[in-house]
Write a protein that binds this ligand. Structure first.
Ligand SMILES: [Mg+2]
Length: 343
């Protein structure tokens, strides 16, 4: 299997403020895997160093180390190929790029969308949340009102960075009573502060609070003391987190799970504990979002799923969004493979 890797850079229309810093540009690695049959599949690596600690350089080096394994892979199937690469270096962000390309190739070969390879009764649309990125109350209220008008049922707001109470109240005021309001603290709080803040914010009506604090024990402690549902995101990476049952929901990401196959295994584990799963992007490019949509579509047919955080392609400047949001949901692409062309 021949591997090609190229760097791609996408600019954010508006820099994104988070508790881990300001993000204005997104670098991705675009990957193509071509078999001896001449058929190519496309994938993408989307490490986000300020968030997951993995640099684009490091993923690029890992992919280089996989190259001889791939070149010498004649009779290996997809899963075996990923395993062989994992033995060289276990870097989920790099393995995800190969996993995506292999699923894309498999779908193109069969003439079927990846979601149809994963499940017989995949959902056709994946409901997604809007992200309220404004930093001031008026801006948040305006974004919330516009999102509801556009058909979003779930709005997400980053907290743990300043005027949380004012922004949450503004979001609810702008959104009206029906929309779900989801908060993400990116682990900004300690246990006591998390409990106090969530209690103070909860009269606004919260769907859930994602990553109120970092670490399994800390999240468990918060969850035991607040009435609002608690989800983990960054903490999901901790050893044993998926089966720990410390949260009501777990946010899974294609990049961190090592691709579609890894994400489905993780989801099965989470659901076996009674918790729900939903998917989110780490500001992935179009292929990463498409992969998450196929996985979410398959998972949605087998259990309840909170809104997914996949409406992020619209944040990039000059990108003709191949997966637009309509009425608060994204249609799962129906073309063969991942169903969209690489950047
Ligand atoms: Mg998060």
């Amino acid at each position: 299997m021949k591997l090609e890797v190229e760097r791609r850079s996408l600019k954010l229309t508006t820099p994104l403020e988070t508790s881990y810093g300001t993000l204005s540009e997104r670098e991705l690695l675009s990957v193509a895997l071509t078999g001896e049959d001449g058929l190519a599949g496309y994938g993408e690596a989307a490490p986000l160093e300020p968030y997951d600690g993995v640099s684009v350089d490091r993923v690029e080096r890992a992919l280089e180390r996989y190259r001889p394994v791939l070149a010498d892979s004649h009779e290996l199937g997809g899963a075996q190929l990923i395993d062989a690469c994992r033995q060289v270096e276990d870097l989920p962000q790099a393995l995800a790029a190969l996993d995506l390309a292999l699923w894309d190739r498999a779908g193109r070969r069969e003439g079927k969308p990846v979601s149809a390879l994963l499940s017989d009764d995949s959902a056709r649309h994946v409901p997604v949340n809007a992200t309220l990125s404004a930093f001031d109350r008026a801006g948040v209220a305006e974004q919330a009102a516009r999102a509801v008008q556009e058909g979003y049922e779930c709005l997400k707001l980053k907290v743990g960075m300043g005027d949380d109470a004012g922004r949450v109240a503004a979001a609810r005021a702008g959104a009206g009573p029906r929309a779900q309001l989801r908060l993400d603290a990116n682990g900004a709080w300690e246990v006591e502060e998390a409990v106090r803040t969530i209690e103070a914010l909860s009269p606004a009506g919260l769907e859930l609070v994602e990553e109120p604090t970092h670490g399994l024990e800390a999240v468990r402690a918060v969850r035991e003391r607040v009435a609002v549902r608690v989800a983990i995101d960054e903490t999901a990476e901790q050893a044993g987190a998926l089966a720990a049952g410390v949260a009501d929901a777990v946010c899974l990401k294609i990049s961190r799970c090592g691709g579609i196959a890894g994400l489905l295994v993780a989801a099965t584990l989470v659901r076996s504990t009674g918790a729900e799963v939903y998917l989110a992007s780490t500001l992935d490019g179009p292929l990463g979002i498409a992969a998450a949509l196929h996985a979410a579509a398959a998972l949605a047919s087998r259990g309840p799923m909170p809104h997914c955080g996949l409406a992020t392609l619209g944040m990039f400047e000059g990108l003709d969004d191949p997966l637009p949001v309509r009425e608060g949901a994204i249609a799962v692409p129906l073309g063969p493979g991942l169903g969209i062309e690489p950047l």
